[in-house]
Design a binder for this molecule. Structure first.
Ligand code: PEP
Ligand code: MG
Length: 559
């Protein structure tokens, strides 16, 4: 028996036999001596992959799965990416390697650049770029990535393309496990949407497992057990039944109010990174979008999206939310999240450098375009604009002046827009938590970004794996910072919520409510579990949990 630990790709337990998929990148063919021929082959393979993706998107649309279809439609753009062609051309000329090898190297390099970015949504695009590369190689090699696996199998692979993931569903597999991949990658997103138990990021030892071996996949725990004993098999089949019961029970919460046991209402909102994700938010009963990360619009391309494209994305989300609030965060990039087409300086401490709103100050024209798109889209629903990484009153004052400029331009050109869009800030820096009163001028709401607030409070870089023990968003220091912000917001009469990952953990969510937060925004997948935990406690019990979280369980009078 062996146990492999990876990353939870979805939830659910699968029990089955292992079936391995071929790896398209494993066989790389010999060089050809005609560079033009290579280029033509590459373009033909790109076209073929784009067509495959388009067919898949059409099938999914026909099955009434617009979100999943959207993933493949976005990938068509990646498949046709001209920067891949130029990178492959460069490699062919400089290194004289075979075409498939050049495609692999080019997609790895492009993927590696993205994977260094400290944003889960942007990082996951790395896997997409590599998956597309793999599909192009498969076409070039004539390898069919079409899958033949027995029903009920646990499929293992180095990585899956999103297209393969979607096809797996039809084969009625029990689950899948991949050596690569991240929790927020498209493969994991699809596994969740299609309800397939999946573990990703298991490492290359996964690929040594024998075909046909019995295995258990505990997706939520990120665990793969190979050749389990009878006792373990019995334990996991019982657990599978009880998890299925949990999920079914939580579905029953959909129509019930989000409130503590004694009736204190709590609003549960959803975080999204792409307009496609609104459906998932609505499906779990989200009452609003508390964080729309707009970074996705700016990546995997050679120029920023224009105003029309941004307007279309924001308006689509607002329309789908039918009047419910949508908090759209302005571009949060810079420092460790470079955009290739925008020159940013190399920095010794990127997290303390040109990030978030500071980046907007440096790229003012880009920010103006985003503001124009937002102010126009605001006519479509309840849009609120939120600023990332605010630390000083000057940050807010600068944005207010920029908004006034944008409004004046729209008014002068008689372009429909809303001038009274509420402006809010994220509380991600200790400075914001400590001086909320000084920042509040012109601000209508604030939202705690506990992911960044934790790293700045604890002085522990959230992107350094070795610091994971020090970077704890549930540390008492973080809770005390949140407490400070909540009480200050209350005193100022300022609406406050939280949209960091802390809110998606059922225990922490209870403590946050105990601290006085009445609005929590989280990944849609966590919403019903959080609702369940809140409904199980009284307000007093929540306050008790908060005292513990603050490390002040012995000082009940403080809350
Ligand atoms: C946060 O910092 O908590 C947050 C929500 O922003 P991001 O994770 O996108 O940095
Ligand atoms: Mg943040």
């Amino acid at each position: 028996m062996s146990r492999l630990h990876g990353i939870a790709g979805s939830s659910g337990i699968a029990i089955g036999t292992i079936a391995r998929l071929p790896d398209a990148t494993a066989q790389i063919s010999q060089p050809t001596d005609d560079a033009r021929d290579d280029l033509q082959r590459l373009l033909a393979a790109q076209t073929e992959v784009a067509a495959q993706l388009q067919r898949l998107a059409a099938e999914l649309r026909a099955e009434d799965k617009p979100n999943e279809a959207g993933i493949f439609e976005a990938q068509v753009l990646l498949a046709n990416d001209p920067s891949l062609v130029s990178e492959v051309e460069r490699l062919l000329a400089q290194e004289q390697i075979p075409l498939p090898e050049a495609v692999r190297k080019a997609s790895d390099t492009m993927g590696a650049t993205l994977s260094r970015i400290d944003d889960p949504y942007l990082r996951e695009r790395a896997a997409d770029v590599q998956a597309i590369g793999q599909q192009i190689i498969a076409v070039l090699q004539g390898v069919t990535l079409d899958l033949r696996v027995p029903e009920g199998a646990i499929v293992i692979a180095r990585d899956l393309t999103p297209a393969q993931t979607a096809r797996l569903r039809r084969l009625r597999i029990a689950g899948f496990a991949t050596a690569g991949g991240t929790a927020t990658g498209h493969v994991a997103i699809l596994a969740r949407a299609l309800d397939i138990p999946a573990v990703v990021g298991l490492g290359d030892t996964l690929l040594d497992l024998p075909d046909g071996a019995t295995a258990i996949l505990d997706a939520a725990e990120g665990l793969l057990i190979v050749e389990p004993d009878a006792e373990e098999l019995e334990h996991y089949s019982a657990l599978r039944t009880s998890r299925q019961e949990d999920a079914a029970r939580r579905q029953g919460l959909l129509s019930l109010p989000a409130a503590t046991r004694d009736g204190q209402p709590i609003e549960l909102w959803a975080n999204i990174g792409h307009p496609d994700e609104v459906q998932r938010a609505l499906a779990v009963g989200a009452q609003g979008i508390g964080l729309f990360r707009t970074e996705f619009l700016f990546l995997e391309r050679s120029a920023p999206p224009d105003e029309a494209e941004q307007y279309a994305a924001y308006a689509a989300v607002l329309r789908e939310m039918s009047g419910q609030p949508v908090v759209i965060r302005t571009l949060d990039i810079g420092g460790d999240k470079p955009i290739p087409y925008l020159q940013t300086a190399q920095e010794a401490n990127p997290f303390l450098g040109w990030r978030g709103i500071r980046f907007a100050m440096r790229f003012r024209e880009l920010f103006q375009v985003q503001l124009l798109a937002l102010l126009r889209a605001a006519t479509e629903g309840d849009l609120r604009i939120m600023l990332p990484m605010v630390a000083t009153p000057a940050d807010v004052a600068w944005v207010r002046a920029e908004i006034d400029v944008a409004i004046a331009g729209l008014a002068q050109a008689s372009i429909p827009h809303r001038a009274d869009v509420p402006l809010g800030i994220m509380i991600e820096t200790p400075a914001a938590a400590l001086t909320l009163d000084l920042l509040a001028t012109g601000i209508r709401f604030c939202s705690i970004g506990s992911n960044d607030l934790a790293q700045y409070t604890l002085a522990a870089d959230r992107s350094v794996a070795e610091l994971v023990q020090r970077y704890r968003h549930d540390d008492p220091a973080v809770f005390r910072m949140i407490q400070l912000a909540v009480s200050e917001a209350r005193r100022l009469g300022l609406e406050i919520s939280i949209c960091g990952e802390l809110a998606s953990e059922p225990r922490a969510a209870v403590a946050l409510v105990g601290l006085g937060l009445e609005k929590l925004s989280m990944t849609p997948a966590a919403l019903l579990a959080v609702k369940e935990s809140l409904r199980a406690v009284s307000s007093e019990e929540a306050r008790q949990q908060a005292r513990q979280a603050l490390g002040r369980a012995d000082l009940p009078q403080r809350l």
